[in-house]
Design a protein around this ligand. Structure first.
Ligand code: NDP
Length: 434
């Protein structure tokens, strides 16, 4: 904490991982001797840069850009870019740190990294978004590459932003290097099922976890926070399994539709018209809209899928969910549950699917996009989705087995941390003190 003052989200993420590694360290003192823990919490490289751009009024705006290349022990750095006014180094470092273990869990050869900017895309014109993305990548291009570091989307960065960044990257480099960014559009190297991957993957993981404890989605009531990329496709897949999703949110408030959310309306509002979730009730007057997003967790549900942002569920929200009989919580967002709320869920026997494992489907499919780019071919939706499903089933298995091996059966938080850590730690040991 002294070395990284003020980076509260980073401290929180490190604390959660290190606590669950205690039994591993006891068994493997060689990791301590090789300084693995000190090295794994220190990014290999951190890049902070100026992003100047001109708004529609002709005024110069300046934002700050970040890329943290955290760990390359098992492959090129890989992780998304977040554009949100809350972004600062502590957020990027927490995300980059988590990404190391998540990427390891996928079983694919990708290291951990993350980046972004404090730029707020809300209310910006399409031309402003393009100018910002072009300026951002005009600096970042020199630090990335298909064998070096491969960014993707995250909050505020979708296919539109990736497209603008990719166009400018290609122009500067003068080469068609498709594998340098993932989440691309389908006409220029993107992968089918990438858009759906994080949400679908989350629902596959939670399906495995429910099944291991004698439950299924059929007839269950689900609440999902957020209405972005992850939330929309988690909703789609959960509905296809016979669950009833009754609530979704954005940063202003939440909608409650007791008969089940009509996802077509949410998709149109969010993916096409870029409107607020409150507009949903104009088309479905039987539904309710409530200002403020955190009360969404007061709605009674069997399964909670936080898919918006970090620290969405703290102790009061966890208490409401537990009181209402929640069976399982599946983290679609990164670190949506505080460490105290995680503790409470585990104590009360609520099944918890941790983000590192449960939302790894997005980055796994990004790695599949890189493979397709390298092979210069594209797989069908069904092929990619089948691989994604297989990966999620395997991640669940690894987390379950690690939890059992280290004496914490059913604790998938610890299981995922341990399984993700071991592969990276062994690779770091083998590569010497670097
Ligand atoms: P989007 O930008 O598509 O959607 C984010 C959603 O969360 C929006 O509904 C947004 O509301 C809401 N939200 C964002 N910030 C806040 C906030 N501070 N308070 C309340 N609500 C907020 O992002 P994604 O769906 O891509 O990402 C959601 C989460 O999933 C993030 O934690 C991300 O790191 C994680 N994730 C994403 C992956 C992906 O493939 N996209 C992969 C793995 C993890 P509003 O529109 O009002 O801002």
């Amino acid at each position: 904490k002294k070395r990284n003052p003020g980076e509260v989200e980073f401290h929180q993420a490190v604390e959660e991982v290190l606590l669950s590694l205690e039994p591993v360290i006891e068994k493997h003192p060689e990791y301590v001797e090789a300084g693995i823990l000190e090295r794994i919490v220190e990014p290999e490289r951190q890049i902070i840069f100026r992003v100047p751009w001109v708004d529609d009024q002709g005024k110069v705006q300046v934002n700050r850009g970040f890329r943290v290349q955290f760990n390359s022990a098992i492959g090129p750095y890989k992780g998304g870019l977040r554009f949100h006014p809350s972004v600062y180094l502590g957020i990027i470092k927490f995300l980059g740190f988590e990404q190391i273990f998540k990427n390891s869990l996928t079983g694919l050869p990708i290291g951990g990294g993350k980046g972004g900017s404090d730029f707020d895309p809300k209310g910006k014109s399409d031309a402003e978004i393009m100018r910002f993305c072009q300026s951002f990548i005009t600096e970042l291009y020199r630090h990335i590459g298909q064998d070096i570091d491969v960014p993707a989307g995250d909050i505020g960065v979708g296919a539109r932003e990736i497209g603008y960044m990719y166009g400018q990257y290609k122009r500067i480099r003068g080469a068609y290097e498709a594998g340098v960014l993932t989440g691309k559009g389908l006409t220029y190297g993107g992968s089918l099922a990438r858009k759906e991957a994080t949400g679908y993957g989350l629902v596959y993981f939670v399906r495995e976890m429910l099944a291991a404890h004698g439950h299924s989605y059929e007839g269950k009531t689900v609440v999902i926070s957020g209405s972005g990329n992850v939330a929309i496709y988690a909703c789609e897949k959960a509905q296809s399994y016979g669950a009833k999703v009754v609530a979704m949110s954005d940063s202003n408030g939440y909608i409650y539709d007791k008969d089940g959310i009509k996802l077509d309306t949410v998709k149109r509002l969010k993916e096409v018209e870029r409107k607020r979730i409150s507009e949903y009730v104009k088309y479905h007057p039987e539904a309710e809209y409530h200002e403020g997003f955190s009360n969404i967790w007061s709605i009674k549900c069997d399964i909670a899928l936080p898919c918006a942002t970090q620290n969405d569920i703290d102790v009061p929200q966890a208490e409401m969910l537990i009181k209402n009989g929640v069976i399982a919580v599946g983290e679609g967002a990164n670190m949506p549950t505080t460490n105290d709320a995680i503790k409470l869920f585990l104590e009360k026997g609520v099944l918890l699917a941790p983000a590192k494992a449960a939302n790894a489907g997005g980055v796994a499919t990004s790695a599949l996009e890189m493979s397709q780019n390298s092979m210069r071919l594209s797989w069908t939706f069904e092929e990619v989705d089948a691989k994604l499903e297989g990966i999620m089933v395997n991640i669940f298995k690894s987390a379950k087995e690690a939890a059992e091996k280290y004496g914490m059966p059913g604790n998938y938080v610890a299981g995922a941390n341990i399984a993700g850590f071991l592969k990276v730690a062994d690779a770091m040991m083998a590569q010497g003190i670097v």
